[in-house]
Design a protein around this ligand. Structure first.
Ligand code: PLP
Length: 442
């Protein structure tokens, strides 16, 4: 009898006992290719020597020092390294323990910045439908996934949700990608004007939407226009790169692909690569300086902020990525993965869209390619696919509710950056078998 409170009360999970490169091994010796890094976490695989050594060395030297009293060498060095590569004028790093905490910190920092900047009426956060920003109440309020929000709705803070940039499902026939991007971005300006420009504090979005949409990139020009609108109205731009950042989409910071920089940026997952729980919120010099010149402290905090062992692990992760040029490898293997996905699945009558960037790919499943009609949610397709793939020895990330939180199904792939072409081929064999077993016969 287990006393662990699991994610699903009736699941009978195997016990993971070992990690070996791209594979997890259970207590029966069965090997699973980690094709989604859990949820886009394990970018260096499960047995990276450098990261393991860094953790051991840090624990032997110093396990914990509360940041209310002391800073630590790994946190300082990691912040320097991140800022040296960060976009725009991001200048300070606030370390937390995961993605939701990074988003909570970002929302509160946006509010405190406006207060200290003499604009206390700025209080509204605008986010997008079909986004995911975490499960704590503030982050869940920002998230736009109806299914995740539903039962907690009475507890959530009111926020606005505009359209995502999701051209596969929402671009009109005959509309160019650019025109669609401009039309969608215009929803931000319209919402700012509706709320009253002096009352809006920030806009939050994922540069590449992960869990809820399945690796959806923005169309050309969308983020340039978003940045322009935020600047015009003094609205802070918060980018949530918890899933798509840290090399996953082919740049250390995902927004580099869109040619813009945010005022606040959230990272997690790939930052610790699963070796330690760590996330971070980066903010601009202007935001930091305003608070430094005002009250002098950000009224926030958690016990494990800047944990030295987590920071040492993340420092080793980022150094490994940069020194081994793993991000170039992400782009190279990403092109291979894309080509193989298209070769195998593009003609499948139930594959509506194959999309993504770097080593972050989504396949949207539809009942009819022509009309793009999703499957009946009663079929529980995503759940069946997850089970079938796992039985084959593949961990991937299928999710229902792609279109509106209810309708639609997709599967997300986010393999380790170290995966070889042969390993990717074998993962796709497993995915193909799982899809054949799951999708209705035509
Ligand atoms: N933001 C995004 C974009 C995410 O994908 C996630 C998790 O999937 C989060 C925030 C929340 O991160 P965590 O689960 O580490 O709290």
């Amino acid at each position: 009898m287990s006393h662990v409170f699991p994610r699903h009360c009736h699941a009978n999970l195997p016990t993971a006992v070992e990690g070996d490169g791209c594979y997890l091994i259970d207590s029966d010796g069965k090997r699973y290719f980690d094709g989604s890094g859990g949820a886009a976490v394990s970018c260096l695989g499960h047995s990276n020597q450098r990261v393991r050594d860094a953790i051991k060395a840090q624990v032997d030297k110093l396990a914990f020092a509360h940041t209310g009293f002391l800073t630590s060498a790994p946190a300082e060095e990691l912040a320097d390294l991140l800022i040296a590569h960060a976009p725009g004028d991001l200048d300070r790093v606030y370390f937390v323990s995961g993605g939701s905490e990074a988003v909570e910190s970002a929302i509160k920092l946006a509010r405190q910045f406006h207060l200290e900047n003499g604009e206390p009426e700025r209080r509204h956060l605008i986010a997008r439908r079909q986004s995911y920003h975490g499960n704590t109440l503030g982050a869940l309020s920002a998230g736009g996934n109806a299914w995740r929000r539903q039962q907690f709705a009475p507890l959530l803070v009111e926020m606005s949700h505009i359209a995502p940039c999701y051209e596969y499902a929402e671009r009109a026939e005959g509309e160019s990608l650019e025109d669609y991007g401009q039309r969608t971005a215009q929803e931000l300006e319209d919402e700012i004007l509706r709320l009253g420009p002096q009352t809006v504090m920030a806009f939050i979005a994922e540069p590449v939407v992960g869990a809820t949409l399945g690796a959806v990139t923005a169309t050309p020009g969308y983020y340039a226009r978003i940045r322009e609108i935020c600047d015009k109205y003094g609205v802070l731009l918060i980018l949530d790169e918890v899933m798509c950042g840290m090399g996953r989409t082919g740049h250390l910071f995902a927004c580099d692909a869109d040619g813009i920089a945010p005022d606040i940026l959230c990272i997690a997952k790939g930052l610790g690569a699963g070796y330690q729980p760590i996330g971070a919120m980066l903010c601009s010099k202007q935001i930091y300086d305003t608070i430094a010149a005002g009250t002098g402290f950000f009224q926030h905090g958690h016990t494990y902020l800047g944990h030295p062992v987590a920071a040492a692990a993340a420092l080793a992760v980022v150094k490994e990525m940069l020194e081994k040029d793993l991000i170039a490898q992400v782009n190279e293997r990403g092109s291979y993965l894309e080509a193989q996905l298209r070769r195998r699945f593009a003609q499948n009558p139930h594959v509506g869209d194959i999309r993504g960037r770097g080593l972050f790919w989504g396949i949207e499943l539809v009942s009819d390619r022509q009309s793009k009609a999703p499957f009946d949610p009663k079929l529980g397709l995503a759940g069946k696919l997850k089970k079938a793939a796992f039985a084959e020895g593949l961990i991937c990330y299928p999710m229902p509710g792609t279109r509106d939180g209810q309708l639609g199904d997709h599967v997300l792939l986010a393999p380790p950056f170290i995966a070889s072409e042969e390993e990717l081929d074998s993962a796709l064999n497993m995915l193909q078998t799982a899809l054949e077993k799951t999708l209705p016969k035509t």
